[in-house]
Design a protein around this ligand. Structure first.
Ligand code: FO1
Length: 304
């Protein structure tokens, strides 16, 4: 079993790359739920859905979220009557939120609904929310406290952040399937997702960081920072605003002693020594995924 601690786009692409190299049935994703929100009475799980759609081959590659071939009739109607339409929910995407919300109203857990959605879409990788309890990542900013999607979407993650907090993390329970996916894996992978707002909210759920640390020798992390910048999203800004070095070494220091091996991009080969001095194994390869050869090289660097 290979277990990937996963946020959104970066994790989805790595899982797609790993699925081509490993047996899909041995892949598990332990997924962040701190981005989740309730809007229009619907429970929306962006990281779970980004991975689900990507592995189903249905994702919208332009936006990085939602479904390809989308239409926006409901959003347009909603806007016309003065409803909230800043968080764009396509007509096709809405079916997922309607399904999940009804099933959770029936009493099903996020974990159970994820299993139903992966089988409905023919996805053979297990998507495991790290917790079925409510957690939400919030941002202290110059504009006051913002919810995840207010920060990320409404303000286009362009407002300076002084603090990030995962509300509910301390009292949330990691699911048994998430913990056993970490304990029983032959390899645990930290995906190149945002360390601060995608991976750390997973590690903050009680018991998870310790479970990963116990597996340190088999933990491989792929740096989300390449040449001092994030490939997508605000990871570089947030690292800087929260006082971390914006480099693969800064990310390694942020995660601390839970990683055994770092996979860094060729442009960061100069950092290999600093990482080895910190006691990490290091693999240098092309970590920028698109499709094709790079993905295979990265997947084998992670799996070897
Ligand atoms: N990201 C945006 O930048 N704008 C949106 O309108 C938007 C809508 C949206 C709807 C469903 C969904 O699952 C994700 C959506 N995202 C949108 C992405 C979302 O902000 C994710 O949290 C990010 O991808 C970070 O993981």
């Amino acid at each position: 079993m290979i277990t990937v601690l996963s946020g959104g786009v970066g994790a989805a692409r790595l899982l797609r790359a790993l699925r081509a190299e490993a047996r899909p049935s041995e892949l598990r994703a332990v997924v962040n739920v701190g981005d989740d929100l309730v809007l229009h009475g619907l429970t929306i799980c962006p990281d779970l859905d980004t991975i689900l759609y990507t592995l189903a081959g249905l994702n919208n590659d332009q936006t990085g979220w939602g479904l390809a071939g989308e239409s926006w009739r409901v959003m347009d109607e909603l806007e016309a009557i003065g409803g909230e339409s800043w968080f764009r929910l396509g007509d096709r995407d809405l079916a997922t939120h309607l399904y999940r919300s009804q099933r959770m109203a029936d009493g099903a857990t996020k974990t159970a609904v994820s299993a139903e959605l992966t089988s409905a879409l023919g996805v053979d990788v297990a998507l495991l929310p790290v917790t079925d309890d409510p957690v939400s990542t919030v941002f202290e900013t110059a504009l006051g406290r913002l919810s995840f999607q207010e920060y990320f979407v409404r303000h286009h993650h362009e407002v300076a952040v002084s603090r990030v907090e995962v509300l509910g993390a301390a009292s949330a329970r990691a699911t048994p399937s998430a913990l056993s996916a970490i304990d029983d894996a032959r390899r645990v992978v930290l995906a190149p997702s945002n360390p601060i707002i995608s991976i750390d909210p997973i590690l903050q759920i009680p018991g998870v960081r310790d479970a990963v640390r116990r597996r340190r020798d088999d933990v491989v992390a792929v740096s989300p920072i390449v040449g001092g910048a994030a490939l997508k999203g605000p990871a570089d800004r947030l690292l800087f605003e929260l006082g971390h070095d914006v480099s693969c070494v800064g990310v390694a220091d942020f995660y601390g002693d839970i990683v055994g091996t770092w996979v860094i991009d060729e442009v960061d080969a100069g950092h290999e020594r600093a990482l080895r001095q910190r006691g990490y194994e290091v693999r240098v390869t092309t970590t920028i995924m698109g499709r094709g050869a790079n993905d295979a090289a990265l997947a084998s660097a992670v799996l070897s």
